[in-house]
Design a binder for this molecule. Structure first.
Ligand code: GAR
Length: 189
């Protein structure tokens, strides 16, 4: 059974969907949920799901080996970023080479990079007049939203869509595809 750790900074709906998906699988489980935000909704979800959670600060994450050591001590096999807003430091990238994936709520390489997260992405897509958006699941490297793309799915952007409406459509896609894509990648480890 492979052990997955999920990093999330906010609400955590993806973290919950992924966790529940693997409740029914023998191949992998979500072993740990980690957040940089002590007020993140993902913490209440972790408690409901009965999954251990860890809150950390910037020094612990990228100024020391504390979080990397914790992941290694827990024998984590695979890391998922699900709405996680900090760059992953080199010590963790090296320890988990090609074993960290992120989801981005747009069709990369468009609408990615530093500061492009959550509603800001959807507002930018709507302001551009693009007729489609979607989700991108990609490997994580030392830059924001830059690693090799694993999977994309598209959704139409209607002239009547608001950023909130588009966010809801994107979340539906994320919840449908992210757990399955993680399973496919983890199976090949
Ligand atoms: C998701 O839409 C995810 O794609 C996005 O944050 C949301 C988190 O939702 N991630 C980014 O924007 C990263 N650049 P959730 O907390 O409900 O899973």
């Amino acid at each position: 059974m492979k052990k997955i750790a999920i990093f999330a900074s906010g609400n955590g709906s993806n973290a919950e969907h992924i966790s529940r998906y693997f409740f029914q699988k023998d191949s992998a489980e979500v072993h740990l949920i980690l957040t940089n935000n002590p007020n993140a909704g993902v913490l209440a979800r972790a408690e409901d799901l009965n999954i251990s959670a860890v809150v950390f600060n910037r020094e612990e994450f990228s100024g020391s080996d504390k979080i990397n050591d914790l992941l290694l001590a827990a024998e984590i096999d695979f890391i998922v970023l699900a709405g996680f807003l900090w760059l992953v430091p080199l010590n963790i990238l090296r320890a988990f080479r090609n074993k960290i994936v992120n989801i981005h709520p747009a069709l990369l390489p468009k609408y990615g990079g530093k500061g492009m997260y959550g509603s800001r992405v959807h507002e930018a897509v709507i302001a551009s007049g693009d007729s489609k958006s979607g989700i991108t699941i990609h490997y994580v490297n030392e830059k924001y939203d830059d690693g090799q793309i694993i999977f994309q799915a598209e959704v139409a952007v209607k002239p009547t869509d608001t950023a909130d409406r588009l966010a809801a459509k994107i979340h539906e896609l994320e919840h449908a595809y992210f757990p399955v894509v993680i399973e496919e990648v983890v199976e090949k480890l």
